[in-house]
Write a protein that binds this ligand. Sequence first.
Ligand SMILES: Nc1nc2c(c(=O)[nH]1)N[C@H]1C(S)=C(S)[C@@H](COP(=O)(O)O)O[C@H]1N2
Ligand SMILES: [Mo]
Length: 320
Amino acid sequence: MAFIHIPKDWQLPERVATPENVYMNRRYFMKAMGLMGAGTLIGATSGCEAAEDFQVAVPKSMPGLYPAKRNATYTVDRALTPEKIAAQYNNFYEFTTDKGRVHKLTDKFEIHPWQIEISGEVNKPGVYDLDDLLKKMPLEERVYRFRCVEAWAMTVPWTGFPFKALIDQVEPKSNAKYVRMVTFNRPEQAPGIKSQSWYPWPYYEGLTMAEATNELTLLATGIYGHAMPKQHGAPIRLVTPWKYGYKSIKSIVKIEFTKRKPGTFWNKLAPDEYDFYANVNPKVPHPRWSQASERLIGSGERVPTHMYNGYGDYVAQLYG
Ligand SMILES: Nc1nc2c(c(=O)[nH]1)N[C@H]1C(S)=C(S)[C@@H](COP(=O)(O)O)O[C@H]1N2
Ligand SMILES: [Mo]
């Protein structure tokens, strides 16, 4: 299927990526559709064929959390991905490997109440209730680029808090060198866990302490100015925008501080294809495809991929 090709001047400047994003997204999407009507466009991606009656199911949240104030430090030179496109194009294998159907299979997934177990090399281990935690964490909105290892990309406003804020609170010991994170494992609530029993559930990921405490690293509980829809990894997921998307583990139930480098779900499945660091790098092809460019979901435009997904100023020193 052909890609929609939207000329550069159709990209919205960062200044319109405001908290009124629902309104702006609709306008952006309609512009794209108008352009398509004029016959300039030759095809559509699956995201553009979304049912018109689709509504994003937004979970209830504690009052006062959303929308959080936008942190203007982090800017992008791309249009926001329309919310409804992002919400119907998900990787969340616990439900299905079919990106367009994840959002249809989350009904039984219970996200409240939610506990996170903190363990390992840390002074304040314990089981933390997410509602309690959120009362203490500084929520803010950040617009980040997001690049999947499969060479599609989106640009979305996350709401969350720096992972560092949580790490400071639980006080890792000096011998903690890595953080290991684990996703929920409830086959009765997530059909993909049961039907795809060959995967090494639960999903697990890891970061070095330097990566986890980097200012870019977010624990996100919201997106597009409201609580996180289940398909995006409610009620809390990681966001590391300079790494391929598989590092951004969803629906986290456990955070463990370790002395040794932890294994990861994808590295275990295919060690030659998915390494621990997974830093976005246009010069290192995936064994089965190029990483030199990426497709923006929504517009379908293909654009060059940047080293560290454009976040080298923040993270290149970690790997020097
Ligand atoms: N638990 C869990 N986390 C996960 C995944 C998954 O299958 N399970 N997929 C990853 C991949 S490959 C990507 S690209 C992103 C997709 O996030 P999104 O659906 O919010 O765009 O989630 C990541 N986190
Ligand atoms: Mo991904």
